[in-house]
Design a protein. Structure first.
Length: 64
């Protein structure tokens, strides 16, 4: 009664896809991944440098 089976999760995923659409859901996932990556880089820079701010990667740094 209190557990969610795979069938329940598929229904929830289908409803979320219908509400937000696949493009918007992909944008949310991309933003979440970038946020987690930024957090990890910030924590690594804080531990390794001893107070020196971590360098930020900008769009200019990436080749097109």
């Amino acid at each position: 009664m209190g557990t969610m089976s795979i069938g329940h999760w598929l229904v929830v995923l289908l409803i979320v896809l219908l509400i937000f659409g696949p493009k918007r859901l992909g944008d949310v996932g991309k933003g979440l991944g970038q946020g987690i990556r930024g957090l990890k880089e910030g924590l690594a820079g804080k531990e390794g440098e001893g107070g020196t701010p971590a360098t930020e990667k900008t769009d200019k740094d990436e080749p097109k």
